[in-house]
Design a protein around this ligand. Structure first.
Ligand SMILES: [Zn+2]
Length: 276
């Protein structure tokens, strides 16, 4: 106890108000700005003492600073998540903000809005449709919206995964595949365009199967039709596709061709800029 008394006695009590402070009727010093005390009376072991404390405006300033720091940390965290989760720069610009409001986009928005449930229930998607229908765009919109919320997402494709794996030993390959588990959502773009070798199909299956074991959601985009996925050409494809269909609900992305639309608007721009 003595040490506590010593400690309290050593705190020097400020007697004279500093500029912007004044002495209140209760004998405590007050802040001239917010008119709340910068001192308080505490009783410890029967002895009353005056102790320094912070006034309302200082407290608010401190909270503002803490809030700013939290926001900066969150911003930094999201930036790191994005850099790790979407390595292709152009995909980072594909967001709901830049999307035309179609039923597919609305579906994708609801997917991100209901993320807690989506994750808990492990709701995967298989976005399928013709080339250029905007399946990758849709997937990237989902990825970016979730990354903004601080959800770890990885968007990649099998060509990239297989390239990475090419130089690895088998235990390294396993660790690499397992590293996808730290992403709450895994998006694999363009299933079906990767190499068709026995080795490649083996690795594709390993990635899908590992995801299956984690019970975390998977989104796949593909140009393959549902009938191609349901009637695979051989056993190697069959086991991949049956796992995918087990994990991912097929959602058809109808084509009004996004690339054509972009092309058309470019044509209109050329007309406008160069010929009018
Ligand atoms: Zn104050």
């Amino acid at each position: 106890m003595n040490t506590m008394f010593d400690f309290l006695d050593r705190i020097q009590v400020q007697k004279e108000p500093r500029p912007e402070q004044y002495l209140g009727e209760d004998g405590l010093l007050y802040c001239g700005k917010c008119h709340t005390p910068v001192q308080c009376r505490i009783t410890f072991e029967g002895k009353e003492r005056i102790m320094p404390c912070i006034c309302k405006c200082q407290k608010e300033e401190r909270e503002r600073q803490e809030q700013r720091m939290k926001e900066e940390e969150q911003l930094l965290y999201v930036r790191r998540l994005k850099a790790a989760g979407i390595q292709e720069r152009h995909l980072q610009d594909w967001t709901f903000a830049s999307a035309t409001d179609t039923p597919s986009i609305q579906m994708a928005k609801r997917y991100t809005e209901n993320w807690k449930k989506v994750k808990a229930e492990n709701l995967g998607l298989l976005l399928w449709g013709d080339v250029g229908t905007g399946k990758s765009f849709l997937a990237a919109c989902i990825a970016n919206a979730l990354l903004e919320k601080g959800v770890p997402v990885l968007m990649t494709n099998f060509s990239k995964i297989l390239n990475q794996m090419g130089a690895m030993y088998s235990d390294e390959r396993y660790r690499y595949i397992a590293s996808f588990n730290r992403f709450s959502l895994l998006i694999i773009d363009d299933l079906g365009i990767e190499r068709n070798t026995e080795y490649a199909l083996e690795q594709v299956y390993a990635v899908i199967d590992e995801r299956y074991k984690t019970g975390l959601p998977l989104i796949i985009t593909t140009n393959l039709t549902i009938s191609q996925l349901r009637n695979p050409e051989d056993v190697a494809h069959a086991r991949i596709y049956s796992r995918v269909l087990e994990m991912c609900t097929p959602v058809h992305v109808p084509g009004h061709d996004r690339r054509t639309t972009i092309g058309k608007s470019k044509q209109e721009l050329v007309k406008e800029v160069l010929f009018s």
